[in-house]
Write a protein that binds this ligand. Structure first.
Ligand code: ZN
Length: 295
């Protein structure tokens, strides 16, 4: 079908009479670019892939240019001690810091708890238009980062939300897809909060339909995102679908950025950092690029 949404694109949709809005995303080459900047073992690749899909789903809820969504999962003594992803104007990036030796002892398919132990997830929205920052922090409980994000919306925003993420990591590379559906009091435009109650029949109905998404469908190259939305919601009287933006890998690491950061250190510290040529080597945690800074 012509005009269907391919890889590295977002699809926005809403079901007006149910006061529901959603996002669908499928990552392909962009995900591969981010993952191949690192030499991560399979469980960490899958973890970062899931986090990047979630970052794209949440990030595309932002309205204003220049706004940023940051997702950070952290523990004190977990095998994974830090995961950071962010989204700004269609640009995605992320990395994971982990203990490779301890990870190797966990087997092929470690649970979220095995990876993080007692961890937490911080979701931060930086709004460009007002300069406001909203941050919510929830414990990393449940089976997946997606579940932790659902808890974030329930606890911090009181917005009933359903999220599913599927990962396909094969010889041809990694593909990951996800869907987010949430209930808003005034649909897409409104930000009035709903209290989480047990009796939202219109939301219950949408949640049952969206919940029937199979994880394989989210990464099936023969099933477009439009076709998936159609399969889920075709009995509804109206579903509005509109293409969202293009996603790309983006990093803000530049020589000027690191010069500005290093300029804040005392000269005595910079002396310690310089190599024999008088340069300071810095590597970007997001994209693994090495920079030689002359300062
Ligand atoms: Zn970078």
């Amino acid at each position: 079908m012509a005009g269907e949404t391919g890889y590295d694109r977002v699809l926005r949709f809403s079901i007006p009479h149910r006061n529901a809005r959603g996002r669908s995303v499928r990552l392909g080459p962009v995900l591969d670019t981010i993952l191949t900047a690192h030499d991560y073992p399979p469980p960490i690749r899958r973890l970062l892939a899931e986090a990047l899909v979630l970052t794209a789903l949440l990030g595309t809820l932002l309205k204003d240019e220049g706004s940023q969504l940051t997702m950070q999962a952290q523990t004190q003594s977990g095998v994974v001690d830090l995961l950071v992803c962010d989204y700004c104007d269609g640009e995605l990036r992320g990395y994971v810091r982990h203990d490779a030796e301890r990870l190797a002892m966990l087997g092929r398919n470690p649970s979220l708890h095995a990876l993080f132990g007692q961890g937490y997830l911080a979701v931060t929205f930086d709004l460009a238009a007002t300069g406001q920052r909203y941050q919510g922090i929830v414990p990393l409980e449940g089976d997946s980062l997606a579940e932790a994000c659902e808890s974030y919306f329930a606890q911090s925003e009181q917005v009933p939300t359903l999220i599913r993420v599927g990962i396909g990591d094969g010889a041809a590379g990694c593909i990951a897809g996800g869907i987010l559906v949430q209930h808003l009091a005034e649909g897409e435009a409104g930000r009035e909060r709903l209290h989480v109650r047990m009796d939202h029949p219109e939301w219950e109905h949408v949640a049952v339909l969206a919940g029937s998404t199979r994880l394989e469908e989210l990464v099936d190259p023969d099933l477009s995102q439009e076709a998936l939305i159609w399969r889920l919601f075709h009995d509804e009287p109206e579903v509005r679908v509109e293409p969202g933006g293009v996603l790309q890998r983006g990093c803000r690491c530049t020589i000027e950025h690191y010069q500005a950061v290093l300029a804040k250190f005392p000269e005595a510290d910079r002396v310690e950092m310089r190599d024999e040529q008088g340069l300071i080597m810095v590597d970007c945690a997001f994209c693994s690029k090495l920079f030689q800074i002359d300062i």
